[in-house]
Design a protein around this ligand. Structure first.
Ligand code: NAP
Length: 790
């Protein structure tokens, strides 16, 4: 992150430096002042900088933080960066901070040659040194196709002129040429034609004329000194960034025109209101930092193209994955979504009264705060609107393939071959399943259900065409959905019967609307978002997650609250007894409600808890023989939470399907990967901390892990990676050993439990999940291809 000093202050500082870089200042002083002032800017912490000669040219070798020193050669890429300074001033020291930042974005080493300067060493000394350094890198083992040659101002011209020389003499070309504010025409014809000439705080044309005369007194019009005069065919792609106040932006504009005419590939980004060489200020200027990051991503797309990624599902976790990739500058992904809109469970569930029981500010993406949440707990409609807005605001829509339902995914040894239900094919090196766990409705096998004369539908497939006002409504199931539906329909339905198989503990809650001044405050003070997000996450984790995974005071407090709520919420002792669970609070997923006890106590609402025997055309018959007449039956009977990616047939190595691998129940490595399924990752997969944390932060942590794997594949040349059975077994043994202390094993049945009666949840604090996913542990993986970092 850049320090973010005010741009006006930085403009004044640049002007002060510009006042020294004038024709009247001796060259030695110009150099000393440039070195001293730019030396105040610091490279990212942990960058390793050492003097080194490459191809006989002295210079600085910059190793970004966390990169093993083995990066001196091999399949990793490298950046050759030519500093600017009009061929007369500038040095690796003046550009150390910005190049180190760029190297960190690229996760590659960079070499900045201390090329010979004019007037002591006029044309073509600087170009010769550039060419020698590039050839030196190739001789050291760096592949040309993984090398970027970039520079700024006169360094940009050196990068372009060198590439032209390589093209003409047959030297393998670099993957990409990059230029910041390039000075491409020493004759200054293009720039001096501007009217008026922009007022740049750093460069003036008189100074440039003096530098041009010092460097190439007799060769200014030659393409090797002024590449704007050259030809641009058969060159690598060119990335250019120019600044609006820089008269030399005219060179970049002209280059763009010529490149277009000559069919060269050039991508030009303009930065209005900024000045020549602004990017050097990246450590202290937010816009410069952003520009350098973007420049890095553009170079990287050519040096180390990211793998293609297929994401299945555009619900909360699929959107988190897509946003994570997009924010990291990776655009090689497709989100396959079988429905016609993103949103997942928030799109599918539209039942009356649906409100998320996690505070809206916590049920949000950390990277997409929303000042306009209307209430503490948001309604389904508002969350769905938020997810759609995030999709649009982050520019994710072009990556969505709506109506694309993946039926099969098969690893062919190189990539995932995908087949959709309508016969379309796609392929991707990385497959991410983000299919959610509250997706496939669980329909009860109640005898006679199909004979019912009225409407029957599941809570997640609400039939809004069915009138409910004044009708006799039967709600089967009293989980979070059944309780919210009952509360919403009490008083609307003519008569409502709630069929309860097992009583639920109900945690009291309150909801309220945010006044407009709160929304205004959130809009104006971004720090408020961070503070409230952290507060609610801490509440979820330090209180609820602690209560779930350990028998501490938090669990006692939750239990006491639930019991108090029941005692005070239900005055009728008989009804209270029927609503009292015989297991400890939190064993099943806690239901949160402010109004359920009021609703169930109404005269027009009935609790039926003697067990359902069958359904007949007129209604539901319970085991005590009572017929509960109904016009509509709502099945609030939950979901098949153990389906995960299914029914997609996923086939890994040796023809083994995920169904085969999971024959004894779903399992994973650290919730995200499965042995035998290379480059396959799951979000909200088996044992994710879904019982103790909101889904968005879980998905963000898992998406971050997948991104780190994608970056690893990209930078190391590893083509396939899947966890070893041993590492996976070790992790699952530890999971099992940790389960007995959790609330979910305290003697109840719930959808949390697997076929063996063990919770399919995270038995530790959520922080441990994040820790486990912070960095891929390569020793836990079987990898193919590439050079793995040490
Ligand atoms: P659920 O918690 O699985 O509840 C299903 C209900 O249906 C239970 O009461 C269950 O009884 C009953 N049931 C299932 N099969 C039955 C049968 N054959 N006969 C009679 N009763 C039967 O499902 P849910 O209420 O849809 O909630 C699922 C999850 O979605 C929640 O745990 C929560 O994670 C999420 N959710 C969240 C919100 C929110 O506000 N954030 C809202 C709704 C849902 P038993 O208890 O006896 O099995």
């Amino acid at each position: 992150m850049a320090l973010g000093l005010p741009p006006e202050l930085l403009r004044q500082a640049s002007r002060a430096l510009g006042s020294v870089l004038t024709p009247t200042t001796p060259v030695s002083i110009q150099r000393r002042v440039s070195d001293l002032t730019c030396g105040l800017l610091r490279p990212p912490r942990g960058s390793l900088i050492r003097r080194k000669s490459v191809g006989g040219v002295p210079g600085e070798w910059i190793q970004p933080p966390g990169l093993p020193s083995a990066g001196d050669g091999g399949s990793r890429g490298v950046l050759l960066y030519l500093h600017g300074g009009g061929y007369v001033t500038g040095s690796p020291r003046t550009h150390r901070a910005v190049v180190a930042r760029l190297a960190a974005h690229l996760r590659m080493p960079a070499f900045v040659p201390d090329y010979r300067l004019a007037p002591e060493h006029p044309y073509p000394a600087a170009l010769e040194d550039t060419v020698a350094a590039y050839r030196g890198l190739l001789a050291a083992g760096f592949a040309a196709h993984r090398t970027a040659v970039a520079g700024d101002s006169s360094g940009g011209a050196l990068a372009l002129a060198a590439a032209m020389a390589f093209r003409d003499d047959g030297t393998p070309l670099p993957a990409v040429i990059g230029m910041f504010c390039p000075w491409l025409d020493l004759t200054l014809k293009t720039a001096s034609r501007l009217n008026p000439i922009p007022k740049d705080p750093l460069v003036i044309l008189d100074q440039l004329r003096q530098w041009a005369a010092a460097y190439a007194p007799a060769n200014a019009a030659e393409p090797t000194a002024s590449p704007l005069h050259g030809r641009f065919h058969d060159l690598p792609p060119i990335i250019v960034h120019s600044a609006g106040d820089d008269p030399l932006a005219a060179d970049a504009d002209r280059l763009e025109e010529l490149a277009r005419e000559q069919g060269a590939s050039l991508d030009h980004t303009r930065h209005p209101g900024l000045w020549h060489g602004f990017h050097v200020l990246a450590p202290v200027m937010t816009r410069a930092d952003r520009a350098v990051r973007q420049f890095g991503q553009q170079l990287l797309a050519h040096i180390a193209p990211p793998p293609r990624v297929a994401i299945v599902g555009a619900g909360v976790s699929g959107l988190a994955m897509a946003a994570t990739l997009k924010r990291a500058g990776i655009g090689t992904f497709t989100v396959h979504e079988k429905a016609t809109e993103p949103g997942g469970t928030w799109r599918d569930n539209t039942y009356p009264g649906l409100t998320c029981d996690i505070q809206a500010r916590a049920y949000s993406f950390s990277f997409a705060p929303n000042a306009d949440w209307k209430t503490l707990y948001a309604s389904q409609a508002e969350i769905q609107e938020y997810l759609q807005r995030v999709t649009d605001d982050l520019g994710l829509r072009p990556y969505l393939r709506l109506g694309s339902e993946i039926e099969q995914a098969r690893w062919d040894g190189r990539c995932w071959q995908l087949l959709t239900t309508d016969g379309r094919r796609d392929e991707a090196e990385v497959l991410v399943s983000a299919t959610g766990f509250l997706h496939h409705p669980s329909l009860p096998g109640i005898p006679g259900l199909d004979t019912f004369a009225g409407a029957v539908f599941h809570s997640a497939r609400w039939d809004h065409s069915v009138p409910l006002a004044g009708q006799k409504v039967a709600v089967i199931g009293n989980g979070s959905s059944g309780v919210q539906i009952t509360t919403a329909l009490a008083g609307v339905a003519g008569r409502l019967t709630l069929f309860q198989r097992t009583p639920q503990w109900i945690m009291p809650t309150v909801n309220f609307s945010y006044p407009s001044w709160v929304k205004a405050a959130y809009r104006r003070l971004p720090g408020l978002h961070t503070a409230s997000y952290r507060f609610y996450q801490a509440l979820m984790e330090d209180f609820f997650a602690s209560a779930l995974v350990g028998p501490g005071w938090q669990r006692q407090a939750v239990a006491a609250l639930c019991r108090l709520h029941l005692r005070h919420g239900v005055k009728d002792p008989v009804l209270r007894r029927r609503l009292t669970p015989d297991y400890a609070p939190m064993c099943k997923r806690l239901v949160l409600s402010a109004g359920f006890f009021r609703a169930i106590g109404r005269d027009d609402v009935e609790l039926a808890d003697t067990g359902i025997e069958r359904v007949e055309p007129r209604g539901v018959i319970t085991r005590d023989g009572t017929l509960h007449e109904a016009d509509v039956i709502v099945l609030a009977t939950g979901f098949d939470t153990h389906a995960y990616t299914r029914p997609i047939t996923i086939t890994g190595t040796d023809g083994v399907t995920l169904d085969d691998a999971w024959a004894r129940g779903p399992y994973a490595y650290r919730t995200v990967a499965v042995p035998g399924f290379p480059n396959f990752f799951m979000l909200c997969g088996p044992h994710s901390p879904v019982g103790s944390q909101a889904v968005p932060p879980i998905a963000e942590a898992q998406a971050g892990y997948v991104l780190r794997w994608i970056e690893t594949l990209r930078h190391t040349g590893i083509t396939a990676a899947s966890p070893t059975p041993q590492a996976t077994a070790r992790y699952n043994d530890a999971l099992r050993a940790a389960m007995p202390g959790t609330a979910w094993t305290s003697g109840c049945t719930s959808y949390y439990l697997d076929a063996h009666g063990l919770p399919e949840l995270w038995p530790w604090m959520p922080e441990k999940h994040r820790d486990m996913l912070r960095t891929p542990v390569l020793d836990d993986f079987t990898v193919h291809g590439g050079t793995a970092p040490a």
